[in-house]
Design a protein around this ligand. Structure first.
Ligand code: GRF
Length: 199
């Protein structure tokens, strides 16, 4: 199973998926990293692991449509099985999402459908929640609304700040994303078995 990862920043989930490939259970081969941000720290990590990295800077395009056309053209070159979003900070339009039905996967730092969107940890703490978590889901036309693949609960401690909570959730994200890809890989293998009843 081959994946392209889209990032915008730090790239810790990306690094983790790259490293998971070298583990015994190797869920997916990372064939390319694409960043919309030329300054993303994750680009340096891609370099260290000798993974082809491409910058498609959204600010250089006149419209979201043009940016997404360029993004699609770059991704299709490698014919990946899945596109994994890992801290990719652009909302993908329905037009783009429809080109990759059930092939775009995202990780989100809350127990969806609760707390979609940005600033999740701040909102979770303000609401006085005692548990939060992270979710890996397919991307559909909405924001963080796609079919959930797997979730993991994370406790909130009384003295938590946004930073301590974000760290604890991130540690769990690093467990969850490779696990989600292992689940998807099982389905992927099954889907690609050709059944020839007459043989
Ligand atoms: C993660 O918390 C992820 O859930 C969210 O953005 C953050 C990206 O972090 N979508 P990193 O770039 O993978 O370190």
């Amino acid at each position: 199973m081959r994946i392209v990862i889209l990032i915008s920043g730090r790239g810790s989930n990306m690094k983790n998926l790259v490293e998971a490939y070298y583990d015994d259970e190797s869920p997916a081969e990372v064939i390319k990293i694409i960043s919309n941000n030329p300054d993303a720290e994750g680009l340096e990590i891609a370099n260290q692991y000798h993974i082809p990295a491409v910058i498609i800077d959204h600010t250089k395009f006149d419209s979201r449509f043009d940016f997404e056309e360029a993004l699609h053209a770059e991704i299709i070159k490698d014919k990946p099985d899945y596109i994994c979003l890992a801290g990719f900070m652009r909302i993908l339009s329905p037009l783009f999402v429809q080109k990759w039905p059930k092939q775009i996967i995202n990780i989100h730092p809350s127990l969806l459908p609760a707390y979609p969107g940005l600033d999740t940890h701040k909102r979770v703490l303000e609401a006085g929640e005692i548990v939060t978590g992270c979710t890996v889901h397919f991307v559909d036309e909405g924001v963080d609304t796609g079919e959930i693949i797997i979730q993991k609960q994370v406790p909130i401690l009384p003295k938590d700040t946004e930073e301590t909570l974000a760290d604890r959730v991130l540690t769990n994200e690093h467990l969850l994303y490779p696990h989600a890809l292992r689940i998807i890989k099982q389905e992927f293998i099954f889907r690609n078995i050709t059944i020839r009843p007459n043989e």
